[in-house]
Design a protein around this ligand. Structure first.
Ligand SMILES: [Zn+2]
Length: 389
């Protein structure tokens, strides 16, 4: 178990907000972390982390976020929003600018620059498979290395950290390395889930934002505080709702400056997190009410999807009392693993099962899964999706 200080101001004081638990494929015990707020600056984050998260090895072996087979449309749209924000607010960035993307994956975001004629593009990613995928897809160099170990031959005009800071146990270490590699007046673009907006939007999955891999819940104020410690001063912000992920992404552009005057504490995200937790608890209660009849009847069911939602519901709701005869997931990395001793199968397994009842445990992919299930299931099988709020 790993205890943490505030990622924004490094303060050690904490106020507890929530404990989030998960059941993970291949593990018998559920695992948990605590969501806390810093009373010194207002930043919210997870602490008492299970050992499985926040390790370099965890990301080095990860290939699921590379999207080698193709980028979901929703993610491509987000990348386009990032590109637009940068080029609208940083006029000095032009096709000759030196750009580095940290956490580049297979180079999908850098490709947005490439198609506009940018040529000086470099990516870094902890995942070992990233470099080969980026070379194959786009011919963009993505080095499979940690930023701290990267030795650049010159400084960069723009560094990007998209969907990275929310994952890091010690974001200050990466930011120190990034700031050192920027030219004077160089720019940093960051994108994180917007904690001030967690309970805003439509049909939100309860506790979606407390993912196993997300351990920092930043707002504008806590980002400013964190980045300010590394001499990075805000230029522009934008919070955009994305219908695919059903959450808001906070974009921020920062400029490297020698002087840091400090930032006043802000407790907006603390309040937003409390609202979000109350909202999620209500949604979870509704969801359990919806499943209650079938759970109580003991009817055999198949659960489709072993992602974060299922991991959370198995640990924190009555789902674990259901008569689950099998799990199904389309991702091969889960096949052959077990959740609560019950095996995870490929979707094709369903076609040999006769009449079954399937619960689809995904909000984002529900439509897609329903379509796929209709090809595999007998005519009298039943498919349930989760209630939209
Ligand atoms: Zn703090």
């Amino acid at each position: 178990m790993r205890q943490r200080n505030c990622p924004a101001c490094l303060g050690a004081q904490q106020v507890s907000l929530h404990r989030q638990s998960f059941v993970r494929p291949g593990l018998d015990q559920s695992i948990s972390y605590d969501v806390v707020a810093c009373p010194d600056c207002g930043c919210a984050y997870a602490t008492n982390l299970p050992d499985v998260t926040a390790s370099a090895d965890y990301y080095a072996g990860a290939s699921h976020h590379l999207h080698a087979a193709g980028l979901p449309q929703g993610l491509a749209e987000i990348h386009e929003q990032f590109f637009t924000h940068i080029t609208q607010h940083a006029r000095e960035i032009e096709t000759g600018s030196a750009i580095i993307d940290i956490g580049a994956g297979a180079g999908h975001f850098l490709h947005r620059f490439q198609v506009r004629g940018f040529t000086d593009l470099t990516g870094l990613d902890a995942a070992r498979a990233a470099g080969a995928e980026a070379a194959r897809l786009y011919g963009i160099p993505v080095l499979s290395t940690d930023i701290a170990e990267f030795v650049p031959v010159r400084e960069y005009d723009l560094a990007c950290l998209c969907g990275v800071l929310e994952h890091l146990a010690e974001p200050g270490r990466v930011l120190e390395a990034v700031a050192r590699r920027l030219r004077p007046d160089g720019l940093l673009f960051v994108a994180v889930p917007d904690a001030d907006q967690f309970s805003k939007g439509e049909r939100i999955e309860p506790f979606q934002e407390f993912a196993l891999e997300h351990i920092n819940f930043f707002s504008r104020a806590s980002l400013d505080r964190l980045l300010g410690r590394h001499g990075l001063i805000p230029v522009s912000y934008e919070s955009r709702y994305n219908g695919f992920y059903r959450n808001h992404t906070l974009m921020g552009l920062y400029r490297k400056q020698a002087q840091y005057d400090g930032h006043a504490p802000s407790f907006s995200s603390w309040q937003a997190l409390q609202d979000y937790i109350a909202y999620s608890r209500r949604r979870l209660t509704e969801l359990e009410a919806r499943l209650r009849t079938q759970i109580d009847s003991g009817e055999p069911i198949v659960v489709w999807g072993v992602g974060e939602l299922t991991m959370r519901l198995l640990a924190t709701s009555r789902l674990r009392e259901a008569n689950i005869v099998g799990f199904v997931d389309s991702h091969p990395r889960f096949h052959g693993k077990r959740l609560l001793g019950i095996p995870v199968h490929a979707p094709e397994w369903l076609s040999g099962q006769g009449d079954v009842t399937v619960w689809v445990m995904s909000y984002v992919y529900a439509g897609e899964i329903r379509a796929q299930a209709s090809h595999l299931l007998s005519a009298s099988s039943r498919v349930f999706t989760l209630p939209d709020g």
